[in-house]
Design a protein around this ligand. Sequence first.
Ligand SMILES: *Cc1c(COP(=O)(O)O)cnc(C)c1O
Length: 361
Amino acid sequence: MSASILDLVRPDLRAFAGYSSARRAGVSGSIWLNANESPWASLADADAQCQRYPSPQPEPLRQALAALYEVEPQQLLIGRGSDEAIDLLVRGLCRPEQDAVVISSPVFGMYAVSARLQAARLIDVPLVDGPLGFSIDISALAATAMREAARVVFLCSPGNPTGHSLPLDVITTLAARLADKAIVVVDEAYIEYSDVPSATTLLAAHPNLAVLRTLSKAHALPGARIGCLIATPELIDVLRNCQAPYPLPTPCTELALAALQPDALTRTRAHIEEVRVERERLAAALLRLPGIRRVYPSQGNFLLLRFDDAETAFKRLLKAGVVVRDQRSAPQLHDALRISIGTPAENTVVIHALQNLETAA
Ligand SMILES: *Cc1c(COP(=O)(O)O)cnc(C)c1O
């Protein structure tokens, strides 16, 4: 089974060993003269944390993230946000001007950016907007991925900006249909806010499945740029060789480790719960306001809204000092804004700003 995963990797990269960095040499000693580092720490670096090149995949962080995500450390590749994992997947699997990436719009923009940079074909199988919110057309997606011989299919669950979650059986069905044909990537940037459990539990049965997790959203560390690809160790090993030699700055690793301590995790969980409560309060309040045509159910830390007049809504919010995401140029969302869930006080400002939308500005 595992050999078939390597068949999906670009043939020219299957045996690529990448850069042989000083930290990867696997030797030990007390006098380090192998990496042209300075023997003195910078005055700015009081505890000499950054005097040496970091480990490419610091073991304590790998252990802590594996424990958090309930997977084996060998299934993890830590990178500069899940954005880097997206890029590595597309670069590692798609031959330029040949292989295809499949997305379902409206969706997070980085899949298309990475496809463009790799000159991979981008195929869109749009989400379907129904009475219960957006959903994925799973048979069209599978059929298109097969027809186009796609190498990577990006699913986003909960979806950004739609807020819908994919049931695990939908992911299972797609992964099974595309076994040996494509890697099905489930981007779970917002899974902490969702009622649907992570797709990591499906990895053992589906080696062509990959999951993206990040510390940028619920863990409140977008500035640290720590994200993970979780996949079969064969794929992790190949993509690790395609990654930058020292992707994780030491201060970022230390920050991430601190954020994974029990007290920090307890606080993070409390904030997740608060966001979930506020999400429902904000949704209920906005649903009652005239001029708001639709509040999509959301499993993330944001709401997607349709307005009679999105321009006026956007301006009213700005006038109240509230910056939200304009979605009007996204497919199917010509009248929509996406609002992140803030503190209770911030959400109340949003509700007030959107009252009386029907009266002219
Ligand atoms: C925010 C977001 C990301 C980016 O995560 P980083 O780990 O900060 O790179 C990835 N996917 C989706 C769907 C997002 O909304």
